[in-house]
Ligand binder design. Structure first.
Ligand code: SF4
Length: 437
């Protein structure tokens, strides 16, 4: 039996792609091992959204270079593979396999070529019509399953490489999404996370032509499915209908991740995000007026070329106005082929760090205040596992908040069950509580 090791960088789309790769390899009789040293096939599923992530992969390849040719085969998958293509063979000549994110369905044939001794094999097509039928997926989490509904992106945000690495949008049919959701429920999954670079622009390619809100409604009716989440959304395509669908069905979790990136309309224009601060705030108003309390999370980039102190102030004031439950913060990173490279006034790393710290400090204070509102409430949670170090169970609320709790019954196995938990402590990043039995 051949052995393989895979390390994944980047977003949930990549994590799910790795599940597909693992499934494919297991089906072909490979065995997964824990370290690259033990593996005959070493794979890196890469992310190119920031320069740092890309660098990491080449460092990893460099570290293991000495093992090349001693029965070890190296492969680079994902966004860096798509972006750099055959240039990877120049940068790391010991790599044998380069496969982009839209070509995983070619993996079985490519593996045959590798097994037959081919030294350089690539799968870099972006024309793939359908990359969604994934019967060989090997899912990591036994309770929550990722389910891709749309691949690629038709937006052209000026800082982003995704349109180059994942290609144009391709939606999967609603019938196949629902069929897979039913299979997942039959296999014991309780929660589904719908994935796409921009799930809001989902459009069923069959004659039914369901939009994203209508797909959510259908999924909310799948018998036995307890929770449905989705990521990621784009403010331009986010509709009130989505909030109405969530309001109508508690299976649809009351958490929205809506990346804003900046609070300044001037910066948003340079980012080619296609919405203004006011349009973003309109969507937030829909969420605040929902029947169930929505948790709202976001992404913010600081240090975009030309971002002034006033622009930064606008971002800080947007944080005050929205009161996000949590925010992923990033420093702008130059990416190849992107229009933002040509903009003027790129700033120093130190200046970006100063700005990042300001946004993060404000966000920490907001999160402490918001989480304190949960003290004394009883939340329904899905238990994900047990933390031996703290002796507490790890769980999530429908609003996607981490709630670690004590449970008095020893030796109980709660993983994969729903529990009611009283919140007794609140920190900026998580809640702590006691089970209510
Ligand atoms: S919406 Fe913008 S940031 Fe998101 S994947 Fe598409 S181009 Fe990139």
């Amino acid at each position: 039996m051949k052995t393989f090791y895979i390390e994944t960088f980047g977003c949930q789309m990549n994590a799910h792609d790795s599940e597909k790769v693992v499934g494919t390899l297991l089906t072909r009789g490979y065995e997964q091992v824990e370290t690259p040293e033990d593996a005959e096939l070493v794979l890196y599923n890469t992310c190119s959204i920031r320069d740092k992530a890309e660098q990491k992969v080449f460092n990893r390849l460099q570290n293991f270079k000495r093992h090349a040719g001693k029965g070890k085969v190296f492969g680079v998958l994902g966004c860096v593979a798509q972006q750099e293509g055959e240039k990877i063979f120049d940068r790391a000549p010991h790599v044998s396999l380069v496969v982009g994110s839209a070509s995983y369905n070619q993996l079985p044939q490519l593996l045959v070529q590798i097994e037959n001794g081919d030294k350089r094999v690539t799968g870099l097509s972006l024309d793939t019509e359908d990359t969604f039928e994934t019967p060989m997926t090997s899912r990591d989490n036994p309770h929550r399953a990722f389910l891709t509904i749309i691949e690629g992106c038709n937006k052209a945000c000026s800082y982003c490489v995704v349109p180059f690495t994942r290609g144009p949008e391709r939606s999967r049919t609603a019938a196949s999404v629902i069929a897979e959701a039913k299979q997942l429920v039959a296999a014991g999954y309780l929660e589904i996370m719908l994935l796409g670079q921009n799930v809001n622009s989902y459009r069923d390619p069959s004659p039914d032509g369901l939009n994203f809100a209508q797909l959510l409604e259908k999924l909310g009716e799948v018998q036995g499915l307890r929770r449905v989440r989705f990521t990621t959304s784009h403010p331009r395509d986010f509709t009130k209908e989505i909030i109405d669908a969530i309001d109508a069905n508690p299976v649809l979790c009351n958490h929205i991740h809506l990346p804003v990136q900046s609070g300044s309309t001037e910066v948003l224009t340079k980012m080619q995000r296609m919405y203004t601060r006011d349009q973003y705030l309109r969507r937030i108003e829909w969420m605040k007026n929902a029947k169930r309390k929505m948790s709202i999370t976001s992404d913010i980039i600081v240090g975009f070329p030309g971002e002034t102190e006033q622009d930064l102030e606008q971002t800080l004031s947007l944080q005050d106005e929205v009161q996000f439950d949590s925010v992923f913060t990033f420093k702008y990173s130059k990416r190849p082929n992107t229009p933002a490279l040509a903009l003027e006034d790129h700033m120093s790393e130190d200046e970006k760090t100063r700005r990042l710290t300001m946004v993060m400090e404000k966000q920490r204070t907001i999160q402490l205040r918001i989480n304190a509102e949960y003290l004394g409430t009883v939340e329904e949670v899905l238990v994900e596992g047990f933390n031996k170090a703290t002796g507490q169970w790890i769980s999530r609320t429908t609003q996607h908040k981490t709630l670690n709790f004590n449970h008095t019954v020893p030796d109980a196995n709660l993983a994969g069950t729903f529990m009611n938990v009283m919140v007794t402590r609140a920190g900026p990043h998580s809640l702590v509580g006691e089970s209510v039995v």
